[in-house]
Design a protein around this ligand. Sequence first.
Ligand SMILES: Cc1ncc(COP(=O)(O)O)c(C=O)c1O
Length: 391
Amino acid sequence: MTPAPGRPGRRHTARTSPVVPPIYQTTTFELDDTAYADIQGTGGLHETWYSRFGNPTVEAAAAEVARLHGAARSLMTSSGMAAIATTLVTLLGSGDTLVAARQVYGDTDDLLGRDLPALGIEVVRVDTFDLPAWRRAIAGHRPAAVYGETLSNPQLRLLPLPAVAEAAHQVGARMVVDNTFATPYCTRPLELGADVVVESATKFLAGHSDVVAGAVTSDDVELHEQVQRRVITFGGCLDPHAAFLVWRGLRTFEVRLARACQTAAAVAAVMATEPGVSHVRYPGQPDHPDAGAVAEAVMPGPRGAMVGLVLEGGDARALAVLRRLEVAVEATSLGGVETLASVPFNSSHFNMPPRQRLEAGIPPGLLRLSVGLEGTEALVADLRRAIAATA
Ligand SMILES: Cc1ncc(COP(=O)(O)O)c(C=O)c1O
């Protein structure tokens, strides 16, 4: 039989726009003169022609992240670590110095302590809350970039961002911040002086514990394109299916965060006087070490959905409490609709020896809660039951 004329199965364009962006599950796009001109002009950064360079579903997710930050551009990466590593390697080369916070996520700590020095980059560490130390280190080392977490994992200390960014800019350094814990619901770092925001979209942005993704956000289009070129050459692009889940999660970002932050503040206030809890770490509590001017500048409204409880009895007690929780799920990660609980000593910061954990401000007995949508009553009852059972 003669084959039917034309290419089979390729007429799929809708006459009207879909309300939800389609998942463009295609590696490649038909080339035309505009695409060739972009390939030959910019290296193919702007046109849609190959999905490692750009894909409409991935760009739909990036546009939402940029909107939340009020930023010119965002680009999506395959994970939060891809966002962090790709950005830092774009900004730094052999012989350069990075001044970075001591209080950071465990794998970022490995990147700063092991991988960047192996590339010939000097990394100088400073306590994230110590502004005079930032100023000294930045003026003394004249770094190419400065790095910190707006709200640190897991100490929940705040970076005095406006003043640190000002010190960075005085020596011509770029200010890069990881805003994963604070989220753009509570903090928009570009408005506080940051040049680049890196985020694990795996967490609150996507919000359903079902996708690993990252985002890099900036108002500097040239810088954005420099990072984009490294996403292209290092290959850390986001898959369109994953991007769709990020986009879908972002549809409810504001309502999820409103509820989670409100619950977190209420749980923190109740737990502050609970027998068995030696203290609570929450940026909205009046006894938080950064309460006052720093907290008001960096988190002017809600103070996030992460809560730290320090249990009397150290890590063994914290682990025992964790094991007895019935509403909160014993799992690493954060930012999902379900409350996740973990103890950093055996998960996010297991690779730090106990003394280094102490120096980084991670006390024995710390239980980290990523508050979800279950509501205050259910979570307080769950914690109370678990704490009482381990008394
Ligand atoms: C503050 C922070 N930054 C970055 C990451 C890395 O994100 P991902 O797991 O998406 O690579 C994490 C992961 O837990 C994190 O907590």
